[in-house]
Design a protein around this ligand. Structure first.
Ligand SMILES: *Cc1c(COP(=O)(O)O)cnc(C)c1O
Length: 396
């Protein structure tokens, strides 16, 4: 066994079950292991590396900034946060942004914001705010967030959990309508469920959810941490439905994989609920994060990465669907967020991922039966053609 795996096993908590590969270098859509073997990265660190590994423009911004000022804390202003916030709001069409680090922190920020909005603006009685979530959601790993997960393993023996969370089946508009009460402050969901196995709600679901929110004075918040920033062929997945949520959470690709940077983006009316001292983070909005985030956002827009996902995604999906495999139950997805569901009688998805790894294509199963294909958005058609050859060999 590789010494690095041995040490990780011996000294690390066993909270992951990684594939048996030790990566030492990455460039663009490719990564290399310790023996110099090259792999096409079809996971992109769960879509954090949409811009490709070690993008030179983001690296240059990071190096320049880390030699000047890395952390000032929010006790003082820094010269990088304002310009980043400005660019972020301009690019996304939201009025204000609040910077955090991990995706889970952005979701926690959303929870605080919608509850405070409910009490201070909607007039919900203190302590009674309800948020509606969806079955099979994934929003992170904090104790609050796993409290409304429907995946038993994510919450087993981590309780007790707080109240105020209501769960309805994903994509079920009637269940959503029935779950709304006078104390509902927000509906929060993923436009496409990533960790659940690339699950898409029926067309028009989010438009109907938007209408329900408008009719009931409820906020619509979308978690675009995985689907956002170009992955599905638009800057945000909600654009496919022609709607605007009141707020979104983003993270992952917001830094192009260099550094944890996340944000809660909202209208003035929602963001105004925060006053000095209400919420914060030592590292949130630090100058290094802002320099990296700004460069990562520029790369995403200058290199038209959402358009690349829109062009390559449907072709790749179609090619995957054409594979005459006895093992595949369904191929689904949007843009370059694609899931290949393996039939139960063919076993789990992991052995397929292991065989793909041996053939130079890195994928990771999600929820036992689904192989997720989410290559960096800078990937070339020729790279995907090579990957398809390997996928064909493994699936047939
Ligand atoms: C990854 C993810 C998160 C959590 O992000 P972390 O940076 O791991 O905390 C939240 N929501 C969605 C939809 C995600 O895919």
């Amino acid at each position: 066994m590789h010494a690095a795996i041995e040490s990780a096993d011996r000294y690390g908590a066993h909270n992951y079950h990684p594939l048996d590969v030790v990566l030492v270098r990455g460039e663009g859509a490719y990564v290399w292991d310790a023996d110099g073997k090259r792999y096409l990265d079809c996971l992109s660190a769960y879509s954090a590396v949409n811009q490709g590994h070690c993008h030179p423009k983001i690296a240059a911004a990071m190096i320049e900034q880390c030699q000047r000022l890395t952390l000032s804390s929010r006790a003082f202003h820094n010269d990088r946060m304002g310009p980043f916030l400005h660019r972020l709001c301009e690019a996304t069409g939201f009025e204000k942004a609040l910077l955090m680090n991990s995706g889970a922190e952005a979701v926690e920020t959303a929870i605080k914001a919608v509850r405070k909005w409910g009490y201070s603006k909607k007039g919900v009685p203190d302590g009674k705010a309800e948020i509606i979530w969806f079955a099979d959601n994934f929003h992170g790993r904090t104790t609050t967030i796993v409290g409304f997960s429907t995946e038993p393993q994510y919450k087993h023996q981590f309780g007790p959990f707080g109240p105020g969370h209501v769960i309805v089946p994903y994509g079920d508009i009637e269940a959503l309508r029935a779950a709304i009460t006078p104390n509902t402050v927000a509906i929060v969901g993923e436009p496409i469920q990533g960790e659940a196995g690339i699950i898409q709600p029926p067309d028009g679901f989010w438009r109907a959810a938007r209408a329900l929110c408008d009719a009931n004075n409820v906020l619509l918040v979308l978690d675009e941490i995985q689907t956002g920033l170009g992955r599905t062929g638009k800057l945000f997945a909600f654009e496919h439905e022609g709607i605007r949520p009141d707020a979104v959470t983003i993270g992952k690709a917001l830094s192009g994989g260099f550094y944890p940077v996340s944000a809660f983006l909202a209208s003035d009316a929602v963001m105004d609920v925060f006053h000095p001292g209400d919420h914060g983070s030592t590292f949130g909005g630090n100058p290094l994060a802002c320099a990296v985030g700004l460069a990562a956002l520029d790369v995403l827009i200058d290199e038209q990465l959402p358009q690349r996902a829109a062009e390559l995604g449907p072709w790749f999906l179609d090619e995957l669907r054409r594979i005459p495999s006895p093992h595949v139950r369904e191929v689904r997805g949007k843009g370059l967020l694609i899931g290949v569901e393996i039939k139960r009688e063919s076993g789990k998805a992991r052995p397929f991922c292991e065989r793909l790894k041996d053939r130079g294509v890195l994928c990771k199963e999600t929820h036992d039966q689904v192989i997720r294909f989410a290559p960096p958005l800078i990937v070339q058609k020729a790279d995907l053609e090579l990957a398809l050859e390997q996928v064909r060999a493994v699936l047939t």
